[in-house]
Ligand binder design. Sequence first.
Ligand code: SF4
Ligand code: SF4
Length: 280
Amino acid sequence: MVKKAYMIIDLDLCIDCNNCFLACKDEFVDNQWLPTSLAQPRHGQRWMNIMRKERGQFPLISVAYLPTPCMHCENADCMVAAENDAIYRRDDGIVIIDPVKAKGQKAIVDSCPYGVIWWNEEEQIPQKCTFCAHLLDDGWEAPRCVQACATGALVFKSVEEKEMEKIVADENLKVLNTDYNPDPHVYYKNLQRYTHCFIGGSLAVKKNGITDCLAGATITLYKGGEEVGVEISDAYGDFKADHLKPNSGSYLLEIKHPDHESKTQEVDLNTSINLGTIWI
Ligand code: SF4
Ligand code: SF4
């Protein structure tokens, strides 16, 4: 069986250092690797694009980073849009834009549901991530971006399809949603960090005229009478119940601490929300 190329991206480990983006630039700017790519322009293209999303409100804010290369889809819209077989899939699943055949085909850029194809005005060609196919063909074990990632957020796999299916099930990997399933070769761990939202806040107490953070309180989250999560407030009294679906309606928070009276609060969840200071 043929081994296929896959990438796994863990959002919990991405710190937006942009090493992957720079490694990609280092590999492709001023370098052409025919037949798989012409040189990438110095400016204006991000073959490894780090998308950013800010969640919550000051001071409880979390920023999620979503590294987004070409997904090397099995059902690739770009291949359908390309004329003259200008885009093809290799046996290892890597989708390649032929820089010679694709010349002048600007319509290819808009065909990608993930928006990862860029237009090279000077060369008049569409361009994108190749999973560093030229290096893999030379015996490298991973693309440059994966090698450059110091946190281990990017992992490259060259495995048979069946083995990848098992990894996806065992590690609960997800793909980036589109209106349909293009069956991408890029999988995400902890994708909820980007797609979902949280309810957070800070617990505080006043005792004998002294204001203090309330650490160690148990915050239980209920939805429709069912318990859906439990959080413990940290040393600063902060808590965050994460991975909740956006626009998922009404929740009830029950806050308990052995030294204080319990308190409940209702929350209507649209997007990530910082409830601010909750006095106990
Ligand atoms: S190198 Fe790794 S940690 Fe840094 S931005 Fe890229 S994926 Fe994230
Ligand atoms: S992510 Fe876009 S460019 Fe990459 S294979 Fe899929 S449709 Fe084509």
